[in-house]
Design a protein around this ligand. Structure first.
Ligand code: SF4
Length: 323
C-alpha cells in the first residue's frame, strides 16, 4: 500500500511560517505536475522516505522551546488525510503551531483537517488566473476527439501501488491520470471520446501490463484529475472556504516568466479580491525544477503585477524576492 512518506525536513526556517521559527516537513506525492515545481523529486510515490513519523516527532520533542511552528508541505499533504491528520495532531500535542501548505485541489480534506483543529494556518497556492489554471498545474487541456486514436499509448512511468499520480504528457499533449491499484486490478481512466478505445502501458509492482481502457462509464478518480476533467471548481471551493475565515490563511502565487502574464493577475484580483493575505512570489530555479528553462520576472515586472492585484487586495505583497 502507498503510504504517507516524510521525504524531507528543513530543521529551521524563518521564512516558511510567517512570524515563527519553524521546521518544514516535506511529504511525498502530488496530484499536480506544475512545470515550474522546485520539489520535483517529491512528486511520485517513488520518492524515498527520509525519516519515519516517529523519528520526526523525536526531533520535534528535542526542539521544543526552540521552534514555534511546523510547516507541513509537499508534494501535496492532503493526499494523505488520515496519516497527515494524525501527524499534525501529535505535533500539536507538543504545543507547536501547524501550518498546512496545499494546492487546494481537495477542498473536503482541507475542511476536515481544519475542522479537526490540527491546522493553525493554511497557505494555499493560487497557481494562475482561472483561464489557464489546468495547464499551469501540468494538466493538459481536453484533446479534440480526433487526437485520440486507437493505437495511442500512454506511459504512466513507475506508479506505486495505490498511489495517485498523473501520468506524463504524451506527444499529442494529452495527459492521462489514473489511480493505480495493486497489480492485476482494474485501472479506470476516463477517455474523452465516446466509444473510443486506447491502450495504455502500466508498470505495477515491477510488472508491465497492458490494459484496454473503456471510453465511457469510467469515472475519473476524485483526487487525480483525468485528462479533460480538471476541476477548477475544487480550487475555487477551497479558496472560497478559506475566505470565509474558518482558519487564518494566505494565498500565494509563484510567478514564472513564460507562464504568467498580467492577465493572470487581473483574474486573480477579480477572483480573490478582499482576501486576508496574498503574496506574489518570484520564481527561483532550485536546480530541481520539473521542467528546465524557466526564468524569473524582474522586481519591476513583479511590481506591475502587484499594482494590478492591489486594486482588490490592498495589502498584497511581494515575498521572497531580494532583487
Ligand atoms: S508546485 Fe505543483 S507539482 Fe510541485 S508540489 Fe506544488 S502543487 Fe505539486
Amino acid at each position: 500500500m502507498a503510504k504517507m512518506k516524510i521525504c524531507g525536513l528543513q530543521k529551521t526556517t524563518l521564512l516558511d511560517y510567517p512570524g515563527k521559527v519553524a521546521a518544514t516537513v516535506f511529504l511525498g506525492g502530488c496530484n499536480f505536475r506544475c512545470p515550474f515545481c522546485h520539489n520535483s523529486d517529491l512528486l511520485t510515490g517513488s520518492a524515498p522516505e527520509r525519516m519515519t513519523p516517529e523519528e520526526l516527532l523525536t526531533f520535534l520533542k528535542r526542539r521544543q522551546g526552540i521552534l514555534e511552528g511546523v510547516c507541513i508541505t509537499g508534494g501535496e499533504p492532503t493526499l494523505w488525510p488520515e496519516d497527515a491528520a494524525e501527524l499534525m495532531r501529535r505535533i500539536k500535542e507538543m504545543d507547536y503551531q501547524v501550518k498546512l501548505d496545499t494546492n487546494g485541489y481537495r477542498p473536503q480534506v482541507l475542511k476536515d483537517l481544519c475542522g479537526l483543529g490540527v491546522v493553525d494556518y493554511v497557505a494555499m497556492d493560487i497557481k494562475a488566473g482561472r483561464q489557464h489554471y489546468a495547464e499551469v498545474c501540468g494538466h493538459s487541456p481536453i484533446p479534440a476527439p480526433a487526437e485520440l486514436t486507437g493505437d495511442a499509448v500512454r506511459h504512466t512511468g513507475q506508479p506505486e501501488e495505490g498511489m495517485t499520480e498523473p501520468a506524463e504528457p504524451t506527444a499529442a499533449g494529452m495527459t492521462v491520470h489514473a489511480k493505480l491499484p495493486a497489480a492485476g486490478a482494474a485501472v479506470h481512466v476516463k477517455l474523452p471520446a465516446a466509444g473510443a478505445e486506447a491502450h495504455t502501458e502500466l508498470t505495477a509492482n515491477g510488472t508491465t501490463v497492458h490494459a484496454k481502457l473503456p471510453a465511457t462509464g469510467a469515472a475519473p478518480h476524485a483526487e487525480s484529475p483525468a485528462a479533460g476533467t480538471f476541476r477548477l471548481a475544487a480550487i475555487e471551493e477551497s479558496a472560497a472556504w478559506l475566505m470565509e475565515g474558518h482558519v487564518p490563511y494566505e494565498f500565494r502565487t509563484t510567478t514564472v516568466k513564460g507562464i504568467h502574464t498580467a492577465e493572470d493577475f487581473t483574474d486573480i484580483a477579480a477572483w480573490i479580491g478582499g482576501c486576508e493575505r496574498y503574496f506574489i512570489q518570484g520564481f527561483v530555479d532550485s536546480g530541481n525544477v520539473l521542467k528546465s528553462g524557466f526564468s524569473a520576472y524582474t522586481r519591476a515586472e513583479l511590481d506591475e503585477f502587484l499594482n494590478i492585484v492591489r486594486k482588490t487586495i490592498p495589502n498584497a505583497e511581494i515575498r521572497g524576492v531580494d532583487y
